[in-house]
Unconditional design. Structure first.
Length: 116
């Protein structure tokens, strides 16, 4: 079982920045994907970014490429999402995710609101 706790959401003006953090606890394998999804009001959950823990390969949705950066923290099983040049359409609840094999774990989410 893996537990995920997100932090760092908030309200920011368009063009601003926020950094989200996610800390994972529990049993994780030697390699897994850790990343972020988001869900805007009235829409489905969509992929944002993820990182392959061993090796550090990163993957991004086209909508955030060049603006968001996912990285591993120095602490064990911690990942960050640096979000720059935020737009009103980035407003959503952001969920941390760990995935390996058939296993999929989710945090409770953190609200990000970008005002125009």
């Amino acid at each position: 079982q893996v537990q995920l706790v997100e932090s760092g959401g908030g309200l920011v003006q368009a063009g601003g920045s926020l950094r989200l953090s996610c800390a994972a606890s529990g049993r994780t394998p030697s390699n897994y994907y850790m990343g972020w999804y988001r869900q805007a009001p009235g829409k489905g959950r969509e992929f944002v970014a993820r990182i392959l823990w061993s090796g550090g390969s990163t993957y991004y949705a086209d909508s955030v490429k060049g603006r968001f950066t996912i990285s591993r923290g120095n602490a064990e099983n911690t990942v960050y999402l640096q979000m720059n040049s935020l737009r009103p359409e980035d407003t959503a609840i952001y969920y941390c995710n760990v995935q390996y094999g058939p296993n999929d774990y989710w945090g409770r989410g953190t609200q990000v609101t970008v005002s125009s």
